[in-house]
Design a protein around this ligand. Structure first.
Ligand code: WTA
Length: 667
């Protein structure tokens, strides 16, 4: 039901957004051809596109051969729409591919991870170290009763143990479900519950903005509300006091450190579940996106090698995402390690203890490839270009962007102030569901256009279609769809095949509906224009309007709530909520600021601080159509301080005046 009304709202909202997007982007005419010097050394050459087009599945088989398989596949692709199996019959171990094989090939002394803690402590982890740590962790998990097929929730800060834990799970064939450390106990509980997790791996806490921030209390709270968790494995990171449940809780240093540092791995089926990662959809309940083994690793390794032009012997790669998001899974853990990258991993926030921290780290380790998000770039723009100018960033040679459309001004700033006016920028479009990069320029091949992700990668097929599912001509706008299966595609929503079909494969039968608006320019290049459904994108994080609304109405003072994503110069979108308070809330309380602050805190507690509304407006009514559907388009006009659009379909057209008249007093 909720999905249906969201679908109906999608076209109105999508078109509104696209009109704006189209007119802004039509004027962008700057072009950045690759330098001859870069092209000469690039991993990617133009013929990749032709090779992939000539034999798409064969091309993917060629990419899969870059991995080490214990048993070869017998069928490259089994496609029973919308269910795909890749490299059927093949067997491999992901952890072996990401770690052991590099050590066997003589690269044990190569640094895998330069880890930097927020307080300034550091750890250097070579591939040989990583192999020992992953083996010990796998042995420890086995001792704790975790076996192949069991689900393990991971709720950790950005510390190396997060990587050890993920790879140990992969080694055992125990699918992990990483939950972002910024999510609340509630969010953790619902994810533990949905996947029936048997164990949780966490820490006492992590460092954020100069202070230890606790994680264990949220785990205690979440586990108490669920029934499947038998063991909680706890890393001591901050040394803060923690409550302890005897028999259930075990310290990492007690159990992992004493394990043997070798471990015989089993090769898993190519379609064995590797992980579940929850993401927001158009309903209040997050979806458990399921990824499997062989196809996933093939695509993340392939895209990482070509799109970032990785040279494992000389590059220092840094992806600034958190491990709790898909970017951390695919482009900190699986892709880079499968490719034997040396990488930087940083625990903390970019402005702790000062606003040059990221550049200081980049200089210290000689970072050559940097992958980050537009929201961070815009924040850096606000802080000023004199900050990156204080550091030596001359080794940087490739820059990446992910998570939301990057506006051309931020793109150009990034190139000039971080990339020395020379490093190509790859604007990579993809999703939790796609597992790996899908649409992106190839550095050394593509003439770059600021603000455009440009072309589907070799082996990927995408289209922009109109309302009826027909491809739009060049110059037209519509919805982004993916019209051929790809190796790292989601294999479903955990435990809910019906929802998988309905969410992605029913808007346009037979093709994958991404939920993004897009435009094709005169050259056929793709420009992404943002979500066309009720999913907001705040600092590159997906949050559903419905999820925030249901958090708000769970507060006893709230009768009704409507949430919209309003354009925000730094975070892309900001969450703006309109609430109607219950009749029993006293007038003086209802008009005060206190209730607004209380509701903001309430949402942060229910979902996590990333979902805390930027603004909450207490209103007497919400704009509804005659059939009772809330017209978010009008609320967005208010939130973005525009003249309110067409109100003729409202059941009561005076409502918008009532809302507008409330605005000056609202917070
Ligand atoms: C948006 C993050 C424009 C898009 C990897 C998508 C982008 C959603 C880009 C997925 C980009 C991601 N240009 N929009 N380069 N990259 N998006 O699942 O709306 O957290 O649907 O995956 O982010 O977000 P998710």
């Amino acid at each position: 039901m909720a999905d249906q009304s969201a679908g109906a709202a999608a076209s109105a909202k999508g078109q509104g957004q696209q009109q704006e997007g189209l007119s802004n982007l039509l004027h962008e005419e700057r072009r950045y051809p690759p330098s001859a010097e870069f092209s000469a050394q690039a991993n990617a050459q133009a013929d990749l596109y032709e090779r992939a087009a000539a034999d798409r599945v064969g091309f993917w088989e060629e990419q899969a051969r870059a991995l080490t398989w214990a048993e070869p596949w017998t069928q490259a692709l089994d496609w029973q729409p919308p269910f795909a199996k890749w490299f059927v019959g093949g067997k491999l171990n992901v952890a072996y591919n990401c770690v052991d094989r590099h050590v066997e090939a003589g690269h044990g002394d190569q640094v895998a991870i330069h880890w930097e803690g927020e307080p300034g402590d550091t750890r250097t982890i070579t591939y040989a170290d990583l192999q020992r740590e992953v083996c010990k962790t796998a042995n420890a998990l086995t001792e704790l009763g975790v076996g192949k097929g069991d689900r393990v929730a991971i709720y950790l800060p950005m510390i190396p143990e997060a990587v050890f834990a993920m790879l140990a799970c992969a080694r055992l064939g125990a699918p992990h479900s990483v939950v972002f450390g910024g999510f609340s106990a509630d969010a953790l509980a619902s994810r533990i519950d949905d996947a029936d997790a048997k164990a949780v791996i966490t820490a006492d806490g992590g460092y954020r903005r100069g202070n230890p921030s606790a994680l264990k209390p949220a785990v205690d709270d979440a586990v108490a509300r669920t029934s499947t968790v038998e063991k909680v494995l706890v890393v001591r990171r901050t040394g803060q006091e923690v409550a302890w449940t005897e028999g259930r809780d075990v310290w990492w240093h007690d159990v992992v450190d004493r394990q043997p540092d070798t471990h015989d791995y089993e090769a898993h089926d190519s379609e064995h579940p590797l992980y579940i990662l929850y993401t927001s959809g158009t309903t209040a309940k997050p979806k458990g996106i399921l990824h499997t083994t062989g196809g996933y690793l093939t695509q993340v390794a392939y895209t990482h090698r070509y799109v970032f032009d990785l040279k494992p012997d000389s590059d220092v790669y840094w992806c600034s995402a958190d491990i709790g998001w898909v970017t951390g899974h695919s482009y900190i853990v699986y892709g880079p390690l499968a490719n034997r990258a040396t990488q930087v991993m940083y625990e903390g926030t970019p402005d702790t203890p000062h606003k040059g921290r990221l550049w200081e780290i980049a200089q210290k380790y000689g970072v050559t490839i940097l992958y980050t998000a537009p929201t961070l770039i815009r924040t850096m723009m606000k802080w000023g270009e004199d900050i990156p100018a204080q550091y030596d960033l001359s080794r940087i040679r490739v820059l990446g962007s992910v998570g939301e459309p990057i506006n051309p001004e931020a793109w150009v700033w990034y190139r000039k102030n971080v990339g020395g006016d020379r490093a190509p920028i790859v604007d990579t479009w993809w999703q939790t569901e796609t597992g790996g990069l899908m649409i992106s320029p190839l550095p050394g091949v593509t003439t770059l256009k600021p603000g455009s992700a440009q072309r589907p990668l070799p082996g990927i097929s995408a289209e922009v279609v109109d309302d009826r599912g027909n491809p739009v001509p060049n110059g037209g706008g519509g919805y982004l769809v993916l019209n051929e299966p790809w190796p790292s595609m989601l294999r479903g929503i955990w435990g809910d095949d019906k929802r998988y079909q309905e969410t992605y494969w029913s808007r346009f039968p037979g093709v994958y509906f991404a939920g993004d608006g897009a435009k094709k320019d005169e050259d056929g290049d793709i420009w992404l224009l943002g979500r066309v459904d009720d999913v907001m994108n705040v600092s590159g994080h997906r949050i559903s309007t419905t999820e925030v609304e249901s958090a708000l109405v769970s507060h006893p003072a709230v009768a009704e709530a409507a949430v919209v994503g309003a354009t925000d110069p730094t975070t892309g979108q900001g969450i703006v909520a309109f609430v109607i308070l219950r009749g029993n809330v006293a007038e003086d309380r209802a008009s005060g600021d206190e209730i607004v602050q209380e509701l903001r805190r309430h949402v942060a507690k229910e979902i996590g601080p990333i979902a805390r509304p930027r603004q909450i407006l207490v209103v007497p009514e919400l704009p509804k159509t005659r059939s009772g559907k809330i017209m978010r388009r009008l609320l967005r006009d208010v939130a973005e301080q525009r003249a309110v659009g067409d109100v003729t379909t409202l059941a009561d057209s005076t409502v918008m005046d009532l809302i507008s008249s409330k605005l000056p007093s609202a917070s």
